[in-house]
Write a protein that binds this ligand. Structure first.
Ligand code: ADP
Ligand code: MG
Length: 630
């Protein structure tokens, strides 16, 4: 029986990004091409799980078959086929799923690829799943036959991966009912993928824990033999599971091919019962900072996959991969109802707390491993400091920082707030930090000279998120965070270190000079004053006491938001030769006026900014140099 009309196949072009990706696949000189199989199996398993879920509400969809993935080999025809009895695809699904780059991860991968050097590209393909299109690494022709569950139409998608694909109606007998069959016509150099032993080995190694059974048919008309049984790893006792089992499972689940840095497997009992298997990856996924990136924790109910969009974890834990399998949630709930359920809220809370407490344990037991974790994901975890008030203290405890003290500590250079507080100077009441984009520039910025002279540690914060949480009124152990570029410092009460120049009270000439500079600079600054911050530089800029921090101001104005009243304060070092020298000149000297402006521009440049009026700056500099040469 055929429902297909005799229409000609419709040929379409791939989206430009797909074409680029395909070009890479077709010309892959990539040694580990085996990964294509794990991608096809992952898709087949996803399709089976989607059908299992839809069939809860509509049992007629699934029919009587149990979920199954079958790999069929045909050495003579150089063909490898992966068949599933999952959800299947409509024609529109095929156009969307197999003609565009639908996944944000793949898009981010493409960007990563564009930035990578040639030698690194092959490695990236292996490390991050690139999905269906990887079939073109081993096949010069791919056919996909599919029938969506609940429909009476089958379609055939086909392409040689060279720019176009075509779709036409297919005979119902050609597609599983329902499900998808992917047929790879293997390249001449890829015929090893029709050898039973090779394929079995690859499937066991890469997809051994996929929760759908996988069978192999070694040649046409042979009987299928089971390779894996599709049992759910997370329901087995921990003592039965090896580290390799966990790694394999992590890889098939996360589509990322590093090692898990941390594996959490436990069963919550008591009021609610659920199994958790969660992994912290070793390396950053490409789309970590993609605003559309959702968490990737899967929710199962009694081994039935429900959704991976339940936002099981707070956003700042979005790098965690894994699943929760609940024994209590009803199976027949809609995804929306699940999202609202108090039971889910209890699970969310329990799992997030557990992950944070495991991270804390790791930080105590293996500082270097924890440092590597922090390097990869600290910038994300810090979002929680202002997003999750209830766990703020825990998150501040987990946070690690680079600081002016870290370097001389040996160790791995990371400081905790506990370390910071333990080495605070007498009379020091705040935790001082500097924010910027460049750690080296921060470490040498004039604003922190006075802190150095007094042995006060300054945290050097270079992640964009730092400007936000640090300014959100946080404290740690009762000590407020204070930006070194904001407001008056109260360093006077803290003794300078031995050998450092003690600050002398500013001389009366300095006061007069300050008034002079203020008048000269007018609207460009909100105030001019003497500084306790400076020891070797002549000038620096800071924010006024109640204004916003200068780095935050830069971030906001880069986003087109102009903060109100953000004019900076110019602080001058009254002991500096330049300042005393200029102060001694008569008020009507041209050099004095030029000097006042140049001090401001110099402070701007030290902050990585440009002078307000580049032309005027150049003219003044030229005049001053001409005088020096005269
Ligand atoms: P991903 O699996 O991450 O979404 P892929 O490139 O592997 O990315 O697959 C793209 C899409 O193609 C899938 O999201 C799915 O919609 C569709 N697809 C691929 N294989 C199958 C299949 N066997 N059954 C149903 N849909 C599939
Ligand atoms: Mg996939």
């Amino acid at each position: 029986m055929s429902t297909s009309e005799t229409t000609a196949p419709e040929t379409r072009s791939f989206e430009a990004d797909v074409a680029r990706l395909l070009h890479l696949m077709v010309h892959a000189v990539y040694s580990d091409r085996d990964v294509f199989l794990r991608e096809l199996i992952a898709n087949a398993a996803d399709a089976c799980e989607k059908l299992r879920y839809e069939a809860i509400a509509r049992p007629d969809l699934a029919g009587s078959e149990t979920p199954r993935i079958t790999i069929a080999l045909d050495p003579e025809a150089k063909r490898l086929t992966v068949t599933d009895n999952g959800i299947g695809m409509t024609e529109a699904d095929m156009i969307e799923a197999l003609g565009t780059i639908a996944r944000s991860g793949t898009r981010a991968f493409m960007e990563g690829l564009a930035a990578a050097r040639d030698g690194e590209k092959a490695q990236l393909i292996g490390q991050f799943g690139v999905g269906f299109y990887s079939a073109f690494m081993v096949a010069d022709q791919v056919e996909v036959f599919s029938r969506r569950a609940g429909t009476e139409l089958a379609f055939r998608w086909t392409s040689d991966g060279l720019g176009t694909y075509s779709i036409e109606p297919a005979d119902l007998a050609e597609a599983p009912a329902p499900g998808t069959r992917v047929v790879l016509h293997l390249k001449d150099d890829a015929t090893q993928y029709t050898e039973r032993h090779t394929v079995e080995r690859i499937v066991r190694a890469q997809s051994g824990h996929v929760p759908v059974p996988i069978a192999l048919i070694e040649k046409p008309d042979a009987e299928p033999g089971d390779i894996t049984d599709g049992s759910a790893l997370w329901t087995r006792p921990k003592s039965d599971i090896s580290a390799e089992d966990y790694t394999d499972f992590y890889r098939s689940l996360a589509g990322q091919f590093d090692q898990p840095a941390l594996t959490l497997h436990y069963r919550a009992e008591g009021k609610h019962e659920y199994n958790v298997l969660a992994f912290v990856p070793e390396s950053r996924p490409f789309d970590l900072f993609d605003p559309d990136r959702k968490g990737r924790m899967k929710l199962y109910v009694r081994r039935v996959f429900i959704t991976d969009e339940a936002e099981l974890l707070p956003r700042y834990l979005r790098f965690v991969r894994g699943l929760v399998d609940s024994a209590d949630l009803p199976l027949n709930m809609s995804r929306e109802m699940i999202q609202e359920s108090p039971l889910l809220a209890a699970i969310q809370k329990g799992v997030a707390n557990k992950i944070l407490s495991e991270l804390d344990k790791l930080s105590n037991s293996d500082a270097d491993k924890y440092a590597a974790f922090w390097d990869a994901f600290g910038a994300v975890l810090k979002e929680g400091i202002y997003e999750d008030y209830g766990r703020r203290e825990t998150l501040l405890g987990l946070a690690r920082f680079r600081s002016t003290a870290a370097q001389k500590d040996g160790g791995n250079g990371w400081r905790s707030l506990k370390d910071y507080v333990a080495t605070m100077r007498d009379n020091q009441t705040a935790i001082y930090y500097a924010t910027g984009t460049d750690r080296d520039r921060l470490a040498t910025s004039p604003q922190i000279e006075g802190f150095r002279a007094r042995g006060i540690e300054v945290l050097l914060l270079t992640d964009p998120v730092d400007s936000f949480w640090a300014a959100s009124g946080v404290d740690y152990d009762g000590k407020p965070f204070k930006s070194v570029t904001q407001g008056q410092t109260d360093l006077g009460l803290i003794e300078p270190l031995e050998g450092e120049q003690p600050p002398e009270p500013a001389a009366p000439e300095a006061e007069a000079f300050i008034a002079y500079v203020k008048e000269r600079l007018g609207e460009a600054v909100s105030d001019v004053r003497t500084s306790e911050r400076l020891t070797t530089s002549a000038a620096c800029l800071v924010a006024s006491e109640h204004g916003i921090d200068r780095q935050l101001e830069r971030l906001l104005s880069a986003n087109g938001q102009t903060p109100h009243g953000a004019r900076p304060v110019l602080e001058l070092n009254p002991r500096h030769d330049l300042v005393t020298g200029l102060a001694a000149l008569p008020d009507d000297a041209e050099l004095k006026a030029d000097g006042a402006h140049l001090l401001l521009d110099e402070a701007r440049i030290a902050d990585g900014e440009l002078p307000d009026d580049a032309r005027a700056f150049a003219d003044r500099l030229a005049r001053v140099m001409a005088k020096a040469l005269a």
